[in-house]
Design a protein around this ligand. Sequence first.
Ligand code: GLN
Length: 534
Amino acid sequence: MADIKYIFVTGGVTSSLGKGIITASLAKLLQARGYSVTIQKLDPYINVDPGTLNPYEHGECYVTLDGAETDLDLGHYERFLNVPTSQANNVTTGRIYQSVINKERRGDYQGKTVQVIPHITDEIKMRIKLLGEGNKYDIILTEIGGTVGDIESLPYIESVRQLKWELGPHNCVSIHLTLVPFLSAAGESKTKPTQHSVKELLESGIQPDVLVLRTEHALGSDIKRKVALFCNVEEEAVVVSDDVSTIYEVPLKMLDEKLDRIVLRKLNLPVEADPPMKPWREFIDRLKNPKHEIHVGLVGKYVELPDAYKSIIESFSHSGSANYCKVNIEYIHSEDINENNADKKLKGLHGLVVAPGFGSRGIDGKIITAKYARENNVPFLGISLGMQCAVVEFARNVLNMEGAHSTEIDPETEYPVIDLVEEQERITENGTTMRLGGYKCRLVPGTKAYEVYGKEEITERHRHRYEFNNKYLEEFAAHGMIVSGINPESNLVEIVEIPGHRWFVAVQFHPEYSSTVVSPHPLFVNFVKECINE
Ligand code: GLN
């Protein structure tokens, strides 16, 4: 059995350089060459998982099929690789410490002093190697969050240093991503920050094998040579990543820069012809040469920070490309919509999406949006809280249930059309009562949902506490909002739709988490298709 190969990606100079995209792009190229690969993210923050983080701080919380609340970079990994990730793919410092402290309490360390080295670093190394168990993967890529030099990153960097030593040079490659800024006053790109960043890594005992230089301007070979010389890296192993118009071009860029070849050579793996990237190129070709153009309103309360809706936005790239359509997303703040201005604010949009969310802020604007879409026959996709708002709206305005609401927002409502189901009526630790991860859903033949998916049983990912209240099911159906998807085990409502409407589908789950480049999500694809058919 061949050894598993490890690739570590660190970042220097600044955050937000797109380490996740570079890592996912390299993984894509290696996967296209036939290797089985996975990507792991190590996050240096102390939250046990990102589930409790405010989206304003850290963007969207991405949910895996096995129900882990993870960093949004895992979404990129899945969108690029089209293979599911799991809890093991995202480890935070909080989780590492939690597990070490639990072991200490259990007496596992037999009275020894518990320290960052070796106990925390051993736990980190164990988590990195865990993914390699079962021989599922040939290559494991590990992205270290944060920036080299941060206090928080030190135990991770030390763990990488130790692993490089333990695994040997041909089983391990370390890639360092840095920024090469352009100073317009001097008319020059500057390599000094990169040199300092590599020095910092060297102080921690890691000599990077490959450098990826992020830059807004093309860099000449003189810069590459200079960086290679001063950072002690082969010239060929200095790779440039300049700005591209879509993140999906990065794998092709890295292919041109031969990043995959350099890495394979360093890992002593055969380097043959280029990997087949035809479907990927076709995807980009359709994305960049659309035949149609639509404007979709995305109504939510975090619109100032589009990262909060990352997966939804990317799902529109995938479904747009599938339809040869440029999808312009108009971000609309749900707090800005009221009964008086809805017509003005929402008019002219080809489709409306009401976003997921928690809590009452902006809820009225979301309910009004659902009403506008229903009454004006505008294609509508409601996602999780968006679905719940559509249900509340229908109850109030069609079933005349005045004050109908979700008990999340109004616990005293006379018509709790969205409510906690019995088994969830216990509030324990933050996060633990949520329905998280993949659940089966049976689709009802003859419905829009069934037509869209083309099959009877699907699995979709969830992240919510509240549910459609089945007490009202028949009344809704009798007045035109039907259930088209239901959980076969619990009978919980997963999809509602309005058959009399052009395209009105609202889902309790999150389709956006499972849309990928090669497998765009059918709900988004069909929604965009309908929006094009004005
Ligand atoms: N706040 C709602 C619930 O908990 C919806 C959550 C969401 O949109 N993901 O049920």
